[in-house]
Design a protein around this ligand. Sequence first.
Ligand SMILES: [Ca+2]
Ligand SMILES: [Ca+2]
Length: 218
Amino acid sequence: MKTRTRVQAALLGVGVALPNLLSNQTASAATTTPEPATTGKSVAPTKYATDETPFCWTIMLSPEQMKAKQRSEVSCHATHAEAVEAHDLKVAALETQAAMSTNGPIYLGNGSTNRATHYDGLGGTGAQVEVYGNCDGSGVSFAAGDPNNDFFASTRHRTGCGRIKHYDDAGWGGAYWTTQPANAQMNNVNDCNGYLENLPDGNPWLADRVSSVKYFAS
Ligand SMILES: [Ca+2]
Ligand SMILES: [Ca+2]
């Protein structure tokens, strides 16, 4: 019921926005370029997953940033497509920034490849956080009080990171649990979208307790 209400609201939004868009285009032909990309989006991004913005992403902290005890920033969107679009824009901005001081393509210690997805619920359900970066010991770490802290209950390996370590504490401390596609652990689920594993709710208890994660190639 909730979904249908949201879809109806979105359709109404399009119906209202279209005449405005057309009139803006007519007006802009003689004046300046209109503000881009805001007319089609009904929900502004948030820093944490909500019912309205369940699709989130973050770029890993590099080992250097991790040593400096930085904490992760998450950006959440209404649809997966919007989250991906926003990610691409973000990486393009990072590349431009890096190009100002270097001669080669540099991602400031972060990659543009989707390495893993963490889910609110068991079995890859609920709000999800897509993680981009490199499998070189980079990671994510959430501050106390951040809604993404103690949030993940299952993890899907995407591209390249053969080993992912989940820690109970921010800054990669406390009890931890390692997911590896080669492991034959209980509660594993494999499907064509990548290796998916539920985090344990026993010893060590990491389901809904993950505060930081590190990503390794193997
Ligand atoms: Ca959860
Ligand atoms: Ca924790």
